[in-house]
Design a protein around this ligand. Structure first.
Ligand code: GRF
Length: 195
């Protein structure tokens, strides 16, 4: 299956997907990395992996529809079938949602519907919950609201700082996302990941 990864930042989840292609037989061709931040580290990672990138500056467009139309052209050029969001810090608009129904996936660092939106890890830490986790879900027009595909819990331990919790959650993300993609791209919709 041909996929595009959208990311705005570090790209550690992108890297986990690249590595899973080599190490655990994830059968995905990453055709394109799309970023809305020209200095995002994910672009350097994509270059190192030899993957084409498309970077755009949202402020240079009149509307989301305008930049999503440009992205759509690129996705069509590459015959992309699935969009994988990995720290893409924008809502997806109707232009892409209509072209990829049920084929846009996101990962979020909490057990949704708890702690949607920005800084889910900080939100969970501040709320002093004992358990948080990771969610992979289909994307709809809302903020972290689409149908849930898989979740795994992550404990908050005594003595955790925001940073140690973040490391534990991100470690779990890097396991879960490639695993879920592997199953999804094999068209096994009865996804069950042991937690
Ligand atoms: C991850 O925690 C992901 O769940 C969230 O944004 C973060 C991106 O991290 N949506 P990275 O850029 O993959 O390192």
């Amino acid at each position: 299956k041909k996929i595009a990864v959208f990311a705005s930042g570090n790209g550690s989840n992108f890297q986990a997907i690249v590595d899973a292609k080599k190490e655990s037989g994830l059968d995905a061709e990453i055709c394109l990395v799309v970023s809305d931040k020209k200095d995002a580290f994910v672009l350097r990672r994509a270059d190192s992996a030899g993957i084409e990138t498309f970077c755009f500056t949202p402020k240079e467009y009149k509307s989301k529809e305008d930049f999503e139309t440009v992205i759509l052209t690129k996705l069509r050029d590459h015959e992309v079938e699935f969009i994988v969001l990995a720290g893409y810090m924008r809502l997806i608009g109707p232009t892409l949602l209509h072209e990829f129904p049920g084929r846009i996936i996101n990962i979020h660092p909490s057990l949704l519907p708890a702690f949607p939106g920005r800084d889910a890890i900080g939100q969970a830490f501040a709320a002093k919950v004992k358990i948080t986790g990771v969610t992979v879900h289909f994307v709809d027009e809302g903020m972290d609201t689409g149908p849930i595909i898989a979740q795994q819990s992550v404990p908050v331990l005594e003595g955790d700082t925001r940073q140690t919790l973040q490391q534990r959650i991100q470690g779990k993300e890097h396991e879960l996302y490639p695993l879920v993609l592997k199953e999804l791209l094999q068209k096994n919709h009865n996804i069950h990941v042991e937690g």
